[in-house]
Design a protein around this ligand. Structure first.
Ligand SMILES: Nc1ncnc2c1ncn2[C@@H]1O[C@H](COP(=O)(O)OP(=O)(O)OP(=O)(O)O)[C@@H](O)[C@H]1O
Length: 948
C-alpha cells in the first residue's frame, strides 16, 4: 500500500521525474523534444506527453519496486519485560519496507504482531534489538534484501521454470546426472552473490525435476483482522502444467490451483489455493538431498559411487542393496542424503562416524525390522550434536524420492537438561531456522499446537510421565532419550509411558549403558529395538547366566568357553545398534587433564570412631545392636569418613548412631581437622581459590556433606553456588550460567553428584574435588566429566579423595577391582535385607574388617608394586590377575613425603607440612592423553567383558 507523501517530497519527486524524462529523450536522440527540466511549462510538457506517459509508467514501476523492496529478518520476540533474566517468547519475521521506513513484525505463523515506523535503517543488522508493536525483538540473520529478493524471484521465474530448461532437464536426466537443486531464498542467505551466480549457471547447465514441494501453513480464507493458521501442509506444484495441489499433514487434499504463477513460489509468499490461504515456509526439495534424475531408481552400492557435490558436505551411507525392496517398496528414486555443509564443517571425525551410524540404524539399514539405537559414547564426545545433525538431516529430506523422513522429533531429558537441549538446538540449528519448543512450566503443550512447524519438542521425563495423554495427540517420528539409562528398568512407569507414544524411531543417549548388570542393558535394548534379543527369560538363560557363571573364580574352562562364545554373540548383535567411543577421542580437542587419587590417613577421632563402629557391628549378636544391618553400618562408616560430626546430624538416629554420638566431643570443639579429607579441602581452597583465584567444583554424594562444605566456604569467606536435588530447574541453569561467566565472583560450585552429575557444563572451573565416592562408578565418572569439556581453555585437575584403610578405600577398590555390587544391591538391600547376601561372605568380612594401622595405603599394597613412591621406576613384581586393578599401573605413584617439585609441577598447592602429616599417597595418571580414568577403564572393561 502506498502512503501519501509530504508536499516538499512530492515536489522533489516531480523534479526527479522530469530529469529522468529529459535523460530518456537525450538517449533517444530526440533533440526537438528536449526540454530542460527547469524550463518545463504546460506546453512543453504537453508536447512530450506520449513519451512522458511511457516513461511515467516505467518510473512508477521502478518506484513501486523500490517502494515494495523489503528486507526480511528472522527475529525472536518477547513481551516487554523488566525481568533480569529474559527469555524469548517466540520466533518471527521482521519485514522492513525501505521507503517509507516501516517494519512489520509477524509471528512464526505469519500472524501480524505490530509495526514500527521510527527506526534507523542503518542499525538493522543481526543482533540488533528494537521494539515493534509493544514487543521486544532481536534480529537474527537477514533472509534477503530487496535486491536479492527480486533476484531470486527472477531466478525462479526465468532460470528455473522455463520450458526450455525442462527440455534440457529431461535430457540431463536421461544421462543420469545428479542435479543440484536450487536453493531456497533462506538457504541463500549465507552465500555470496557470486556463489549464487555460479549456482544459477549450474542450474542452467544441470536441470530440474518437474515437481516441487513446499512446506506451508494453511488457513481457511478469511477477512478477519487477526488471522491464525489452521495447520501445516504441503503444496506440490507440477511446473509443467503449473498445477498445484495443497494437502494437509495427513496427505488429504485441501485445494487445487490450476494456474500457479511460478514466480510467486517464494518463501514467505501468501497464496490463495482454492478456498485456502497458504504461506510458503520452505522448499522441501531443496539443495539437500540432491535429486538423482534417473529413469529407474539408482541404487548406490558404495559411497564412491555417489558424486560429491560442490558443497563438499558429507554424504550419509546409501541404503543396502539387499534390503532395498523392503525399505523402498514403492521404488522411489534413491537420493544421496547429505548433511548440511555448515554442520559437516563443525563435526569432528568421530562425530561424522556417529551420525552415519545413527542414520543407518534409524533408517533400518542395519536391519529393516528395527529402527532404534544406543549412542553410548563417553561423556563430552558431543552426543547431542550428533543426534541433532541426524534429526536436522532427516527433517530436511531422505533417501527415497527426497521425502522427509522426520516431521517432528521428541526429546526426553532429565529436567535439569531441558534448557541445555534448547541451547544446543539454538547453537547448532538456529542458522538453519530450526527451533525447539520446551514444554513444561508455563509452556503447555497446548501452546505448541500454534507452532506446529517447530520440529523439536523437548520435555522432561517427569513432565512426559504426567502428561502422556497430551503427547499422544501429536505424531512424533523420532524419540531421543537423553541420559537414557533412566530407562534401565523396564517396569518403570516412564518406560511404559514412552512406549505408549508409539514412536517408530528411538535413540537412547547414555554415557553409561551398563551400570550394574546385564538386565539393565537388556532393558535399554528392548526399549529401542523391541524383540531383538527375544524375551528376558531367553536372554537370561542364553546370555546372562553363562556370563555370570564365568565371573566365578572357580569357573571351569567349559563355562568360560561358553561365556566367551555368548559374549561374542552378544557383541555381534549389539554392534548393529550400539556405538561407544571413549573419552580419549576428545584428547586432541581439549586441554590437558590431570587426575589425582589422594589417599589420606583418617584423623585420630575418625580412627577411633571407625574402630568403635566396626567393633559394635562385629559384636552385635551379643548386644542390643543385634538387628543392625550391613547397610546401616556402611552408612555410618561413610559418614565418619566424611566428618565425624555427620554421625550426630541424623534425623532418624538408630542405636548405633546414638552410641557413637556419645563418643563425640562437643560440636563446638570439632573442626575441619577432625576429618582428614575436610582438612585437605581446606588447604586446597586456601591455595587454589583464595590465593590463586581459581574456580573449583566440590562434589559429594550427600547433601549433608555439601552443607558442611558450604559451611567451610563461609568460614573461609569464599563465595559459592550450589546445585543439589532441591535446586529448582531455573535456579540450576542460572547458577551454572553464573558460575561459568567471568563476571561472577563465586569461586566454588557445590555439586551433588546424583542430582547434577549428568550433562552439566561447569567449564568455569579448572579444578574438581570428588569428596566421596559412590558404589556406582558411573556416577563418579559423570561428575568428573563436568569440567573437562568443550569450551574449557585451561588444563584441568581432578582430585579424588579416599580415606585410607577403611570403607572408602574398599569402595574404591571395588570400583576398580571387580564387578561391584553396585547401586542395585544397595538399593535391594534397603528393600529386602536378604539381598545383601549378594555380597559373598568374604566380601562382607573384607568390608568390615578392623584395621590396625591406618598409616599405609592398602591399594598400593594390593598392586604388589615395588616403586619407591617417587613417581618413577614403576615396576610390578607380580602383576595381579585382576586386569581392572592393573589399570592403576598406568598411574604414577607418589608417597609422602612428597618432592616439592612434584607438588609445584602438578599444581598441588598444599603446604608441605600438612601433606607430610596426613596425605599418604597420590596416584597421578601417567599420560593425560590416555584419559583412561580408572572409572572409565573400569566401565570399558565391564562393557568389553560383556559385549564389546
Ligand atoms: N564439534 C564440536 N565443536 C565444538 N563444540 C562441540 C562439538 N561437539 C560438541 N561440542 C560441545 O561440547 C559440549 C559437550 O557436548 P555434549 O553435551 O553433547 O556431550 P555429551 O557426549 O552429551 O556429554 P554428556 O554425556 O556429559 O552430556 C557441548 O557444549 C557441545 O556444544
Amino acid at each position: 500500500m502506498r502512503r501519501s507523501c509530504a508536499p516538499s517530497m512530492l515536489k522533489e519527486r516531480e523534479i526527479e521525474k522530469r530529469r529522468k524524462i529529459d535523460k530518456l529523450f537525450e538517449k533517444e536522440g530526440d533533440s526537438d523534444d528536449k526540454v530542460s527540466s527547469t524550463t518545463l511549462n504546460e506546453q512543453s510538457w504537453g508536447t512530450s506527453r506520449n513519451r512522458s506517459t511511457q516513461f511515467e509508467e516505467q518510473t512508477a514501476k521502478e518506484n513501486n519496486d523500490t517502494f515494495n523492496s523489503k528486507i526480511i529478518f528472522n527475529a525472536v520476540w518477547r513481551e516487554m519485560t523488566k525481568k533480569k533474566h529474559k527469555t524469548w517468547d517466540g520466533d518471527g519475521l521482521l519485514e522492513v519496507q525501505l521507503n517509507p521506513p516501516r517494519a512489520v513484525l509477524k509471528d512464526s505463523t505469519g500472524r501480524y504482531m505490530g509495526t514500527n515506523a521510527k527506526f534507523e535503517i542503518n542499525n538493522l543488522e543481526e543482533g540488533y534489538q528494537m521494539v515493534v508493536g509493544g514487543k521486544e525483538i532481536e534480529l537474527l540473520e537477514q533472509i534477503t534484501d530487496g535486491n536479492q529478493y527480486f533476484a531470486i524471484r527472477k531466478q525462479y521465474a526465468e532460470n528455473r521454470w522455463n520450458s526450455e530448461e525442462k527440455v534440457q532437464s529431461k535430457e540431463a536426466s536421461k544421462k543420469g546426472k545428479i542435479t543440484t537443486l536450487f536453493q531456497t531464498p533462506y538457504n541463500l542467505k549465507h552465500e555470496k552473490l557470486e556463489d549464487r551466480n555460479n549456482e544459477t549457471k549450474n542450474v542452467q547447465e544441470n536441470k530440474l525435476t518437474e515437481k516441487l514441494s513446499f512446506n506451508v501453513v494453511w488457513r481457511e480464507k478469511t477477512t478477519k483482522k487477526n488471522k491464525t493458521w489452521n495447520g501445516d501442509g504441503v503444496f506440490d506444484v507440477n511446473s509443467d502444467v503449473k498445477r498445484g495441489v495443497l494437502k494437509d499433514e495427513k496427505g488429504q487434499e485441501l485445494g487445487i490451483e490450476e494456474n500457479v504463477n511460478l514466480s510467486d513460489l517464494v518463501i514467505g509468499s501468501i497464496l490463495l489455493i482454492g478456498d485456502k490461504e497458504i504461506e510458503i515456509l520452505e522448499v522441501v526439495t531443496s539443495n539437500q538431498p540432491q535429486i538423482l534424475i534417473e529413469e529407474k531408481p539408482k541404487i548406490f552400492t558404495s559411497r564412491e559411487n555417489m558424486r560429491i557435490t560442490k558443497t563438499d558436505g558429507f554424504i550419509l551411507p546409501c541404503p543396502p542393496e539387499n534390503y532395498i525392496g523392503i525399505l523402498n517398496p514403492t521404488n522411489l528414486p534413491i537420493l544421496a542424503v547429505e548433511v548440511s555443509y555448515r554442520l559437516a564443517q563443525l563435526l569432528r571425525p568421530h562425530q561424522k562416524d556417529g551420525v552415519s551410524f545413527l542414520y543407518e540404524c534409524v533408517m533400518g539399514f542395519q536391519n529393516p525390522k528395527y529402527r532404534g539405537c544406543i549412542l553410548a559414547d563417553e561423556m563430552g564426545l558431543g552426543k547431542t550434536l550428533q543426534c541433532l545433525t541426524l534429526a536436522h538431516t532427516l527433517l530436511k529430506g531422505g533417501p527415497y524420492g527426497g521425502e522427509r523422513v522426520l516431521h517432528r522429533v521428541l526429546i526426553a531429558a532429565p529436567s535439569s537438561l531441558t534448557r541445555n537441549w534448547e541451547n544446543e538446538v539454538n547453537k547448532w540449528l538456529k542458522c538453519e531456522r530450526m527451533y525447539a519448543f520446551v514444554v513444561g512450566g508455563k509452556h503447555k503443550l497446548g501452546s505448541y499446537f500454534k507452532q506446529q512447524h517447530v520440529p523439536f519438542v523437548i520435555a522432561s521425563y517427569e513432565f512426559l510421565l504426567s502428561n502422556v495423554a497430551e503427547f499422544q495427540c501429536l505424531k512424533f517420528d523420532m524419540l531421543i532419550c537423553d541420559e537414557g539409562h533412566r530407562l534401565k528398568n523396564e517396569s518403570t512407569k516412564i518406560v511404559a509411558a514412552l512406549r505408549e507414544l508409539n514412536i517408530p524411531r528411538r535413540v537412547i543417549i547414555t554415557g553409561t549403558p551398563v551400570q550394574n548388570d546385564l538386565r539393565e542393558f537388556y532393558s535399554l535394548i528392548e526399549f529401542v529395538n523391541p524383540g531383538i534379543l527375544g524375551n528376558y527369560e531367553e536372554f537370561h538363560s542364553h546370555f546372562e547366566i553363562p556370563l555370570q557363571q564365568s565371573q566365578c573364580p572357580e569357573a571351569s574352562t567349559e563355562v568360560k568357553n561358553l561365556a566367551a562364545e555368548r559374549s561374542k554373540e552378544l557383541k555381534q548383535i549389539s554392534e548393529t545398534f550400539m556405538l561407544r567411543r571413549l573419552q580419549n577421542v576428545n584428547g586432541q580437542y581439549l586441554p590437558k587433564k590431570y587426575e589425582y587419587i589422594c589417599f589420606v590417613q583418617p584423623s585420630e577421632l575418625q580412627q577411633f570412631l571407625l574402630q568403635k563402629a566396626l567393633h559394635l557391628y562385629t559384636q552385635r549378636k551379643e548386644t542390643i545392636l543385634k538387628d543392625l544391618t550391613p547397610l546401616q553400618i556402611i552408612t555410618v562408616l561413610k559418614k565418619i569418613c566424611n566428618h565425624p560430626s555427620l554421625v550426630a546430624r541424623t534425623k532418624t538416629p538408630n542405636l548405633l548412631t546414638r552410641t557413637l554420638e556419645r563418643c563425640l566431643p562437643d560440636c563446638t570443639e570439632m573442626g575441619p581437622f577432625d576429618s582428614a579429607k575436610l582438612e585437605l579441602v581446606q588447604h586446597f581452597l586456601i591455595s587454589s581459590a583464595i590465593q590463586s583465584g581459581e574456580k573449583c567444583v566440590l562434589v559429594s554424594n550427600h547433601t549433608k556433606t555439601l552443607n558442611m562444605l558450604q559451611g567451610l566456604c563461609d568460614f573461609l569467606n569464599i563465595k559459592c553456588l550450589r546445585l543439589d536435588g532441591s535446586t529448582s530447574v531455573g535456579e540450576r541453569n542460572d547458577n551454572v550460567e553464573k558460575f561459568n561467566s567471568d563476571s561472577d565472583d563465586s569461586l566454588v560450585f557445590l555439586l551433588s553428584a546424583k542430582a547434577g552429575g549428568v550433562g552439566l557444563n561447569l567449564i568455569g572451573a579448572s579444578r574438581l574435588v570428588l569428596f566421596d565416592n559412590d558404589w556406582n562408578p558411573a556416577i563418579d565418572a559423570q561428575a568428573i566429566s563436568r569440567i573437562w569439556r568443550d569450551g574449557q581453555t585451561r588444563d584441568v585437575h581432578i582430585y579424588r579423595l579416599v580415606t585410607a584403610g577403611c570403607i572408602e578405600e574398599k569402595i574404591f577398590q571395588r570400583q576398580t577391582a571387580k564387578l561391584s555390587l553396585g547401586d542395585c544391591v544397595i538399593q535391594n538391600a534397603v528393600e529386602n535385607n536378604e539381598n545383601i547376601m549378594k555380597f559373598t561372605a568374604e566380601d562382607l568380612s573384607n568390608l568390615f574388617c578392623l584395621q590396625e594401622d591406618y598409616s599405609f595405603c592398602q591399594t598400593h599394597e594390593n598392586l604388589n608394586c615395588n616403586c619407591n613412591g617417587d613417581g618413577e621406576n614403576l615396576t610390578l613384581e607380580t602383576k595381579t590377575n585382576n586386569h581392572n586393578i592393573n589399570a592403576l599401573t598406568n598411574w604414577k605413584h607418589y608417597k609422602s613425603p612428597f618432592d616439592t617439585n612434584f607438588l609445584e609441577v602438578f599444581s598441588f598447592l598444599i603446604s608441605n607440612v600438612y601433606i607430610y602429616k596426613t596425605l599418604l599417597y597420590i596416584f597421578r595418571l601417567l599420560a593425560w592423553k590416555m584419559q583412561a580414568t580408572i572409572l572409565c577403564s573400569y566401565l570399558a572393561l565391564r562393557l568389553n567383558r560383556f559385549i564389546l
